[in-house]
Ligand binder design. Structure first.
Ligand SMILES: [Zn+2]
Length: 678
């Protein structure tokens, strides 16, 4: 028997025993064996579900070994784990790429689809097969050989262009700095930001302050600096990054890179028989067509723009009356907004932090989930963990354990920042394998200190609920096959439904009051503070909405249109119809829009709003029938959480809501009124 704990996982990873040196041999051996086993299975030519179950089991070996490696790399980021991860990562990528292009596997799934018994398969198996065939075809697997080579060339070209795009943004950002020696020029900027500027100056071997275009440096300056000329200078440099204009004009220009990216994407789409890249991007999403997305976005524009204009007018009036600015310039918007917010809706996350001890928040969270979905959470010593702070829980439905999760809440040395949920083990239930789903929930909250419990700000409470929502999607699944169970296979634009849905509870009066207990006075959260929290949440919400809509419409339109069209023209046309804040003619925002030109959001930026509509509209049913209504909770669990991708996200939603989603709950939750005000 092997002594490598990554190769002998029976049920749960043994975190006490897994060492970085186990990673590479396990990944090498398992990928090798998996390829061989899949070759044997597909060469036999049997098209039946038993063969499918065997293939699923083989893929599960890889995920069982890779999941703990990737996880340990992100929560104990030592030099040894970094190396182990870096060594394994290309092997895993190569394996996934080979599997997604595997013509034997593709033929196997086509064989299942064409089998006489197909129509008698369980519906989730039918969807599994059609989804798999779709994904193979989107990877170019059934192209003629000559086109296959062209496809590979285009994919490679795209990937190189993405890297060039990112590098240009990074280089342009780093090429600029302002060195300031007179602290008076930084009036208004918080000490924390000034400390950063001082530190950056020191690192650059000079006295005084060093301001850059990185977010932690740029944002506080633009939001707080009283010095208008300083704000303008920074804004100008930021807005012209990676373009033919500005302080580094032409040096890192992304204009030709964007042209290249759009043209390659168009070619890929055409090769795969789509009219344009937007259609290809939507082929595996919940939204059905570019036209549907455009109509969705335009509807939101129409409903929220009047209020956005009123919000902007109020800001302009405030700036004139209180700050003595006759016209609001683009570099004044964040500054004036912050002043207005402090004047009218001042609320500090640090003040709220005194009200939310972690233990009460967890009790509150488990209590809500218990009431709605009929499950309980019990700490368990059955699972080994990677750090003493980590707690493992069993999720129980009456006495039956249905899932497990690890909760790793606190920041510590060597742990990646941020908060996330990941699947550790997928639910599988078939003739050859049965396993329960297991999830990782990771946050970076301030840890408890000698005897003093940890407290959360309201933002952190919301983060915890968000990640727990993803966790519930993974853990309450009743789907039997791994590619569709939990969050697997869920459409990209619907995957945030359960997480954003859970966030809504953090703005419910009763929920917050139940979870609160002041650090010193032991008082519950006072009503006055709660009311302020809600008003602050919706401050300039319509302005923020139209800004996101501007990005989304721009993204969709450049991916529908002709790659030869000037993207600045497209942006101007969108802004004319949507934007309420000013932008100077020199603004070159697209040149640094990495989400869509170097990231996974191409023709998918609308997903943010799309998923918010789903989660708001789903939550509205709870508002209508009772926030703790067990019947509604059971329906949400049964039709959405438990179903995963065994049906389409639209079928899940309609089964829960009794109709297709609409935008009204989102507008209401954002405090966007459809009534014209006097
Ligand atoms: Zn999320």
């Amino acid at each position: 028997m092997s002594t490598n704990p990554l190769e002998t996982v029976a049920q749960f990873p043994d975190y006490h025993r897994i060492r970085p040196e186990h990673a590479l041999p396990a990944v090498q051996r398992l990928c090798q064996e998996a390829k061989e086993a899949i070759r044997l299975q597909t060469e036999q030519g049997d098209t039946n579900t038993e063969t499918y179950e065997k293939i699923e089991g083989i893929n599960d070996w890889i995920s069982k070994a890779w999941s703990p490696i990737a996880h340990l790399h992100s929560v104990t980021n030592t030099a040894e784990w970094r190396k182990a991860y870096a060594d394994c990562q290309p092997i895993i990528s190569q394996f996934s790429a080979e599997m997604s292009q595997h013509s034997g596997l593709y033929r196997f799934y086509c064989g299942l689809r064409d089998d006489a018994a197909f129509s008698r398969y369980a519906p989730e198996y039918q969807k599994l097969v059609t989804d798999a065939i779709r994904d193979f075809e989107l990877s170019g697997v059934n192209l003629a050989d000559v086109h296959k080579a062209e496809y590979q060339r285009l994919v490679q070209a795209a990937s190189e262009l993405y890297t060039t795009f990112s590098n240009n943004v990074l280089d342009a950002t780093q090429a600029f700095h302002l060195h300031i020696t007179d602290e008076a020029e930084l009036a208004g900027i918080p000490d924390s930001a000034k400390a950063l500027y001082r530190q950056l100056a020191e690192q650059n071997g000079v006295e005084g302050f060093w301001l850059t275009l990185d977010m932690p440096s740029y944002l506080p300056a633009l939001t707080y600096a009283d010095n208008r000329a300083l704000r303008e200078k920074l804004y100008h440099a930021f807005a012209t990054r990676a373009s033919e204009l500005g302080p580094n004009a032409g040096e890192f220009d992304n204009t030709p890179v964007i042209k290249g990216i759009l043209s390659v994407r168009e070619d890929i789409a055409k090769l795969l028989n789509f009219d344009n890249y937007a259609e290809l991007s939507l082929a595996n999403k919940m939204a059905k067509s570019p036209a549907q997305v455009l109509a969705f976005l335009n509807d939101l524009v129409e409903k929220s723009r009047p209020q956005a204009l009123r919000e902007y007018q109020a800001l302009q009036t405030y700036a004139t009356d209180t700050l003595g600015m006759q016209t609001l310039e683009p570099w004044d918007v964040a500054y004036a907004s912050e002043k207005l917010k402090q004047d009218k809706y001042a609320i500090s996350q640090e003040q709220l932090r005194d009200y939310f001890p972690v233990s009460k928040v967890l009790t509150g969270l488990f209590d809500i989930v218990g009431k709605l979905f009929g499950v309980t959470f019990k700490q368990t010593a059955k699972l080994s963990t990677w750090h003493e702070d980590v707690v493992a829980y069993a999720v129980k439905n009456k006495d039956k354990t249905i899932a497990y999760f690890y909760m790793d809440l606190y920041a510590r040395q060597g742990k990646n920042g941020g908060a996330w949920m990941n699947g550790a083990i997928d639910r599988i239930n078939n003739r050859i394998k049965t396993q329960l789903p297991v999830a990782y929930l990771v946050c970076n909250f301030i840890p408890p200190t000698d005897g003093n419990p940890a407290y959360l700000s309201h933002d952190e409470v919301t983060t915890l609920f968000h990640e727990f929502g993803h966790g519930l999607h993974h853990m309450l699944t009743q789907v039997n096959c791994a590619p569709l169970s939990g969050i697997n296979g869920v459409e990209w634009d619907a995957v945030e439904l359960p997480s954003q849905f859970m966030e809504n509870f953090c703005f419910e009066r009763e929920v917050l009051i139940n979870m609160s207990e002041h650090r010193d006075s032991k008082e519950k959260l006072p009503d006055a503070l709660y009311d302020k929290l809600i008003r602050a949440k919706n401050f300039q919400s319509a302005m923020m909405m139209v800004r996101q809509l501007e990005f989304s419409l721009f993204d969709m339109k450049v991916h529908i249109g002709d790659a030869e069209t000037d993207v600045m023209e497209t942006l101007r046309a969108v802004r004319d119809e949507v934007a309420v804040t000013p932008a100077p003619a020199y603004n070159r925002f697209p040149m640094a829009f990495s989400h869509i030109f170097a990231g996974g959001y191409a023709a998918g930026y609308y997903s943010y709003k799309w998923a918010e509509v789903l989660s708001s509209d789903a939550f509205a049913r709870f508002e209508e029938e009772g926030v703790y209504n067990k019947v509604v909770g059971t329906a949400f669990k049964k039709e959405i959480l438990a179903r995963g991708a065994s049906r389409t996200a639209m079928e899940n939603f309609v089964a829960f809501r009794g109709r297709e989603p609409n935008i009204y709950a989102l507008l209401r939750h954002n405090g966007i009124s459809l009534e014209p005000t006097a």
